[in-house]
Design a protein around this ligand. Structure first.
Ligand code: PRX
Length: 644
């Protein structure tokens, strides 16, 4: 670890930054001493129909209740659109860069407002009302953001499902929240390939009786099947609609969206975010962490299917009146200089991406970066997984020419926005550390018994108090919310992450301590991959763990026990990989499959994953206590046949 590398804030950055060290300290103090006053003031950054008078009302004990700004009334789309019309109606709101380097689009705030209103009217015409759930399964095109904002405008709760998910994954998410409308596109484009979204949707909808209507955006123009009465072309639906639509008045605690994410057990859970607190948090963090300045071009490379896309492509930047760049493509196509070519083309000032992309590009050397002009860049950000110091330094030195601060932002789908991060003008950086909490955020480390650890320590990362962007519940299952996040350590929100705190109070996130793995920044429950594997007729049992992976951070390592009589062959291995891709999506493809005649189990039948993780990581010298195993010989067999 590079604890000793300290990169001080450059004076020229501190001077101009909206938050310098002194202001950071003052804000932290103010948020701690009088949260109501501090957040009442910050709430003014968004537009309210009726401003809140009650600010914080949260309780992490018992049945857990989290309310912020509860008597406020607002509509999220107004903060993102209407209130900008007078001052920046002709400014570009969404700068879209297509997969094909020749294609781009500029959509101004006025145009975006108009497109959102037209779709809002169409949704209302289809009978969509406040509180109804609408699923969005879209490629990275402007219509994805329009769809989200139109849902917000009519008070419908959107549930965006990543376009890389399989029909089955889409179906289970639609079923869980009983969506009544699905918004999709004919096809998506990624890295020169087509993604058959409408065809996937049709397959999913065979088991989704709640869906009454499907709105299909024309993207690639390919012919797709349209079901009479159910399926409608976006263009035809919106063409005749008026260009204005009344925003639905929403209580601050009315739901804004559901986003499914993986946990350590069971099926993905619907993380529910509400309107007021989420919007304040998105605006507050986008503004301060990226030190955003009026007129800047801001680019977050995430997909809108993930929370990063929600908060830092759509809601945060648009609430702040930014120009947000939306990119349909991938970093490696048509060549591995694509990110930097786009930076040069659009003179991007703030660039926010994932460590997995940085590591993949670093492997190709400095050449593809240096070929393109990056002088517009001012701030670099990282998100999604721990960034190793080597990749951090490459990002800082090569991409940012040692000029741009790197903000390593730690947060989760559940937190709604960034919680731990440097502020460019206030925090000295250490490569590999997410550094310090934002004002109002109270992280702590506890041991496995829940005892708070002081000073320099390593343990489980918890949050001791609420912040406005926190998730409010698991959709339809509040008990699961309480169980998942508040039962491990009573009275605290448990993140599922482990972390270390150094002598300067800086946090170093070490990764998940539960059965969630982080593959190329995508969060995956090992249980989900296991259930996909055992659904295959040849598989008797499966255990999935993460393994270290140079580019992806973690890879998926599966131990598979075959049904008696089935021969382990290379063809079957390939078939199982393809099977998991089909069941969940390409992001869940196992990187390694080891045939396991038996799995290490305790006498009570519990699989000892600790041992499986060590074998997958080739750390077989320190396997720890194996005396409780039912059959210790199994371990040696697995070590001998480890997939290299
Ligand atoms: O393990 C942490 C890791 O990603 C998890 C959250 O994943 P997800 O809900 O998909 O949200 C990703 C985008 C916010 C966390 O529990 N993680 C996220 N950011 C970082 C990180 N780990 C280390 N450093 C980070 N900056």
């Amino acid at each position: 670890m590079a604890d000793d590398t300290l990169i001080a804030v450059k004076p020229e950055i501190a001077v101009k930054a909206r938050i310098n060290a002194a202001r950071h300290a003052a804000m932290t103090q103010a948020a701690a001493t009088d949260p109501d006053r501090f957040w009442a003031e910050e709430a003014k950054r968004i537009a309210w129909i009726k401003p809140p008078t009650r600010i914080k009302n949260t309780d992490f004990s018992g049945t857990v209740s989290i309310k912020w700004f509860e008597d406020g009334v607002l509509n999220a789309s107004v903060s993102c659109l209407d209130r900008h019309l007078a001052t920046r109606g002709d400014q570009v709101a969404i700068l879209w860069e297509g997969d094909d380097p020749g294609s781009d689009l500029k959509v101004t705030y006025r145009e975006l407002h108009e497109r959102v209103c037209k779709l809002s009217n169409a949704l209302r015409r289809l009978g969509v009302k406040k509180g109804d759930r609408v699923c969005i399964y879209m490629p990275m095109i402007v219509e994805a953001a329009v769809a989200m904002l139109a849902c917000a405008r009519v008070g419908a709760v959107h549930s965006v499902v990543f376009g890389g998910f399989s029909p089955d994954s889409l179906a289970s998410r639609i079923q869980d929240s009983e969506c009544i409308v699905l918004i999709t596109a004919d096809e998506g484009r990624r890295g020169g390939r087509k993604v058959p979204l409408k065809a996937n949707a049709d397959e999913a909808l065979r088991s989704c009786p709640s869906i009454r209507h499907v709105i299909v955006a024309r993207n690639t123009g390919t012919a797709v099947a349209m079901q009479d009465g159910r399926d409608h072309w976006w263009d035809a639906m919106t063409a005749g609609e008026p260009a204005t639509a009344e925003p639905e008045p929403m209580g601050a605690e009315d739901p804004l969206f559901i986003l499914y994410t993986s946990g350590s057990t069971g099926k993905p859970k619907g993380v529910l975010h509400t309107t007021g607190g989420y919007m304040v948090w998105g605006s507050f963090t986008h503004d301060n962490v990226f030190d955003y300045r009026e007129g800047e071009i801001y680019w977050c490379t995430a997909d809108v299917g993930w929370v990063t896309g929600h908060t830092y492509i759509v809601y945060g930047p648009l609430a702040n009146g930014a120009t947000t760049l939306m990119f349909e493509g991938v970093p490696s196509w048509p060549d591995n200089g694509r990110f930097w070519q786009v930076v040069a083309k659009h003179k991007v000032n703030i660039f926010y991406t994932a460590p997995t992309a940085i590591r993949a590009l670093m492997r190709d050397g400095d050449g593809p970066v240096k070929k393109h002009d990056r002088s517009s860049l001012r701030i670099l950000g990282s998100v999604g997984e721990p960034i190793n110091p080597e990749a951090w330094l490459w990002y800082y030195r090569v991409v940012g020419d040692e000029r741009c601060p790197v903000v390593d932002t730690w947060w989760q789908t559940e937190t709604g926005g960034i919680l731990i991060s440097p502020l460019p003008g206030a925090t000295a950086q250490k490569p590999g550390s997410a550094t310090l909490p934002l004002p109002g955020v109270k992280p702590a480390l506890v041991d496995n018994d829940g005892k708070l650890l002081d000073g320099t320590a390593e343990g489980n990362l918890v949050l001791l108090d609420s912040w406005p962007g926190q998730m409010r519940t698991v959709y339809g299952d509040h008990e699961r919310f309480v169980q998942t996040y508040f039962s491990t350590f009573k009275g605290m929100y448990f993140t599922g992450d482990g972390a270390r705190r150094d002598a300067d109070g800086y946090y170093w996130i070490t990764g998940r301590v539960d059965d969630v793995i982080n593959v190329a920044g995508h969060r995956m429950g090992t249980a989900e991959v296991e259930s996909a594997l055992v659904a295959h007729a040849s598989v008797a049992e499966a255990a999935v763990v993460g393994m270290p992976h140079d580019i992806k951070g973690q890879g998926i390592y599966a131990y598979v026990t075959l049904v008696a009589g089935v021969e382990p062959t290379e063809a079957l291995r390939k078939e199982l990989v393809a099977w998991v891709r089909k069941e969940i999506g390409p992001i869940a493809s196992p990187d390694a499959i080891q045939w396991a005649p038996g799995l290490p189990k305790t006498r009570s039948g519990k699989i000892m994953r600790r041992i499986l993780r060590k074998i997958a990581a080739n750390e077989t010298s320190g396997l720890g206590d194996t005396s409780t195993l039912a059959d210790p010989a199994v371990v040696q067999e697995l070590i001998d046949n480890r997939v290299k």
